[in-house]
Ligand binder design. Structure first.
Ligand code: ZN
Length: 425
């Protein structure tokens, strides 16, 4: 218990909060928010006037392929070959990753974490290739950077079956090894398992997750067929298995793009089922990839974000791929991805824009089950100050991250020297 008048590690003054309240001070000590309110009387050698800028809890990057991120040229990050087919993208990745060494993966992942930290990311869930070809090389690399950068970003690692679970003998034992070594979450990608049906793949992933007593992170319904029936959907099978296995709240599903190919009455049934199974959804606003082969009326490949939110499903969004074989764009910047999703999912009212900022903070933290997350007394002081007066303004103006704090330590700052809203008002 810290009382007013006491010495604390850091005092932040004059913050505006996402709920619109302003003039709020925060006292931070021993990594935690120890008090908040107007005109706090704490002493500190470090005191920062936020000048009414928006204070939010740290961004949570809930789905990123960290082991392959930044594999493209730094100077020329665009695609080297013109886009032809979706299947070419994964083939290009498979070819390139054969050259990845553990130290090279560590170097790229380190750069990625530093870039993400500057963008205000304080926690991240990384997908990591585990299969008989690369064995545990990618995992060892990510475990090392997890340890090395724990004071910048809290990292969770998903063991991701890039070459399926049932296609190659010995894969399941390799996954058991991965969890012994330190993987946190079981991955699942039925589209990559050409050796079995999607039902067999999902069942196998569930069995392994339950055996290891870990949560399950599913790449679900990545394709966007023109029309889909209820039983064709991987997410429907996943939700039913979740209820059968008593795994409610322990499943996160990325993409869920084919849900948008269903007729509205089927979509309503699916969304109810997803809500009942308490499935977290990660929308990936990479609008340019799915639908790329359409010759006209090019589809977006997004899930039904607004309908899922309205049904009470916990929906977040993430970068997914950053400057790799699958997407040459990206900056680990959830304000940028949020703006792309605002366009793609038609979220443009002030309330919807505010919701977008909740999605990459509170909703993502819920999906990752982060403890002591938020702006309340007792929460970890993982905080971002945005050079904006409100969440909607932060997304529309793509505001600077004026300060980023991890465990109460300032880890990044970006000062805008040009005229700002705050000088004029
Ligand atoms: Zn992914």
């Amino acid at each position: 218990m810290v009382n007013e008048g006491a010495m604390v590690d850091l005092v932040l003054r004059n913050a505006t909060l996402p709920d619109g309240s302003s003039g709020i001070d925060f006292a931070i000590d021993q990594k935690l928010i120890v008090d908040r309110g107007p005109n706090l009387k704490y002493l500190s050698s470090q005191e920062i006037d936020l000048e009414r800028r928006l204070l939010i809890p740290g961004f949570v990057e809930s789905h990123i392929h960290l082991d392959i991120a930044l594999m493209n040229s730094w100077e020329k990050p665009g695609r080297q070959e013109p886009f032809r087919l979706m299947s070419d993208l994964n083939a290009a990745l498979e070819k390139r990753r054969g050259t990845f060494t553990q130290s090279e993966i560590e170097q790229r992942a380190s750069t990625a974490l530093k870039m993400a930290s500057r963008q205000g990311v304080t926690a991240m869930r990384a997908q990591c290739h585990v299969d008989p070809e690369v064995e545990l090389r990618h995992l060892r690399a990510l475990l090392n950077v997890k340890d090395q950068y724990q004071d910048l970003i809290t990292l969770q690692i998903v063991a991701f079956p890039q070459q399926g679970l049932l296609k190659i003998p010995g894969t399941l034992d390799l996954f058991r090894e991965a969890f012994k070594l330190g993987a946190d979450i079981m991955g699942c990608a039925p589209n990559l398992d050409t050796g079995c049906s999607f039902r067999e793949h999902i069942n196998t992933a569930f069995e392994l997750a339950m055996e290891m007593d870990v949560d399950l992170d599913v790449h679900a319904d990545l394709s966007i067929p023109k029309h889909v029936e209820l039983d064709d959907l991987e997410i429907v099978f996943t939700a039913n298995r979740t209820l059968d296995n008593g795994y409610q709240g322990r499943i996160t599903a990325g993409h869920v793009s084919a849900l948008d190919s269903t007729l509205p009455e089927i979509a309503t049934q699916v969304i109810h089922l997803m809500a009942e199974a308490q499935i977290n959804v990660v929308s990936q606003p990479d609008l340019y990839r799915l639908g790329r082969e359409d010759s006209h009326h090019v589809r977006r490949g997004l899930t039904r974000v607004k309908e899922l939110l309205a049904a009470g499903v916990n929906v977040t969004y993430a970068s997914n791929n950053v400057r790799d074989a699958l997407r040459p764009m990206g900056n680990f910047d959830l304000l940028e991805e949020g703006l792309i999703l605002a366009y793609g999912a038609h979220m443009d009212t002030e309330e919807q824009l505010n919701t977008l900022l909740d999605m990459s903070t509170y909703h993502a933290a819920k999906a990752l089950k982060l403890k002591n997350y938020g702006l309340e007394v007792g929460c970890l002081a993982d905080l971002v100050v945005l050079d904006a007066p409100s969440p909607a303004a932060a997304i529309i103006s793509q505001s600077a991250k004026t300060y980023v704090f991890k465990f109460g330590n300032q880890v990044a700052t970006t000062q805008i020297l040009s005229d700002s809203y705050f000088e004029e008002n």
